[in-house]
Design a protein around this ligand. Sequence first.
Ligand SMILES: Cc1cc2nc3c(=O)[nH]c(=O)nc-3n(C[C@H](O)[C@H](O)[C@H](O)COP(=O)(O)OP(=O)(O)OC[C@H]3O[C@@H](n4cnc5c(N)ncnc54)[C@H](O)[C@@H]3O)c2cc1C
Ligand code: SF4
Length: 537
Amino acid sequence: MSLRALTISNFTEKSMTTSHYDVIILGSGAGGGTLAHKLAPTGKKILILERGGYVPREKDNWNPRAVNLDGKYQTKEKWHDKDGNELHPHTNYYVGGNTKFFGAALFRLRKEDFGEIRHHGGISPAWPISYDDMEPYYTEAERLYQVHGNRGEDPTEPPARSCYPHPAVSHEPRIQQLSDDFASLGLQPFHTPLGVMLDEKNSHISKCIRCGTCDGFPCLVSAKSDAQVCAVDPALQHSNVTLMTGAYVERLKTDASGRTVNRIIANHNGVREELSADFVVASCGAINSAALLLRSANDKHPRGLANSSDTVGRHYMGHVNSVLMALSKCPNPTIFQKSLSLNDFYFGAAGWAYPMGHISFVGKLDGETLKSGAPALTPNWTLDLMAKHSLDFWLTSEDLPDPNNRVTVDAEGGIVLSYKPNNEEGHKRLIAKLKELIQQQTKCKVHGHECHEGLFSRNLFVGQRIPLAGVAHQVGTVRFGNDAKSSALDENCKAHDLDNLYVVDGSFFVSSGAVNPALTIMANALRVGQHLIERMK
Ligand SMILES: Cc1cc2nc3c(=O)[nH]c(=O)nc-3n(C[C@H](O)[C@H](O)[C@H](O)COP(=O)(O)OP(=O)(O)OC[C@H]3O[C@@H](n4cnc5c(N)ncnc54)[C@H](O)[C@@H]3O)c2cc1C
Ligand code: SF4
């Protein structure tokens, strides 16, 4: 269904009567799915409204051409940038949200990320809660999402009350070699905390088969710790929880006072549904939740629902990200590449007092996938050869919350995303650091020759910054805070302006940190869930 069809009230006459629930959760991804899991045992009547359906289980799930080149599972929705150019967002509308496709790197933010941090490009502001407030929920989220890791290896790791619930995913030989090289240079490489259900000691019963099509792909064997598998499916085992798929939430209406959401208007496969609940929780993802609130403007909320502060849609962040391919003479036969990370430069480096960011890996790139970013005439064999010889790094640095980086909606309710990159100097220095480190690698223990004399020269790097359409790490558009003048949500993620509206996706972030956001979204949903349980007693 096109966006136009979804956002304009062209419902059939078969309009349904209103049904009332204790809680209605809008969206079933990292935030919404996790919240549903937390609330399910309460016995309260809970409805999840999800615009997508289930990801179909089929061979194409693991087909790089279908997934990366044809974008088979991505939304076909069109957004616009601030200049009116079309954007084809790399985002996914399914039960489980974007976690169906995520790389399952499940990091806690650093303790310091909750406070104010001075960056080269400006200030990363403090959150209204501390790391200690979030810690119990990080632990709960790591258990729910079966995180595999080694506590104590990461030099910037925040304090944690318990070990990871599962042992770290081991490195394949080429990655172990790189880890050893980094260690010999005095760095502290560590095993990436990962949500894959891999049992290396008992591979005959391991759900995860350690394949090469994980990051960016749905898991054909349901062994990735995504929100559908770990949260929504178990929640639906409770008879008090219902999931309605194909249910696009168009707008929220309030009572005459403007303090209570009393109607949810959804387009359920073309049929208008009017629903109501004691508590309404938006978790449509940071961009779609902001758009929903803006679309729901009314007399009491002329700038958009929950937007007396004029912050809804503003402060959009998505990280400064790069994929860098380090090419070398030595092939990289690694299948599952995402096991290694480096945080030594997270807060800076000798001679640079500002944060730089996080170094890790994307899934092993292949020739098919490279085609999606290559000039049309590049011969396939070149791309295949490049992919066979590359180490494929993922670099993340923090972008800062700029009120002019924002989501707005056009006259038809369509999404407009305005974004000017900021705080890029630390990221540039992180790239330079990685280049320096790669050039210092030792003779290859795996292949027995000098790896890094380079394919074409000593080293060749093909650098590509992630374009605006890459909205994977979207956060910050409905920020939480103690001051109703500068934030839309209070510290429990309840709208300052309303009594029964909450937001639990990535929208609430005050700053983006420089690690992947999903575990923080999950942990926060558990925290807000605990608050809702208390409120519903
Ligand atoms: C390729 C890829 C790789 C990634 N890798 C990682 C990683 O390794 N580690 C990590 O931490 N993060 C990763 N991420 C990011 C991570 O997936 C997101 O941070 C996380 O899923 C966001 O959670 P959310 O609840 O905010 O939104 P989502 O998970 O996107 O969920 C939002 C849900 O709301 C639904 N929805 C939207 N609008 C409406 C509406 N109007 N009505 C009803 N339903 C609606 C959507 O269909 C979706 O199901 C990755 C993302 C991608 C795309
Ligand atoms: S089998 Fe394992 S590595 Fe492959 S997609 Fe599933 S979780 Fe990822």
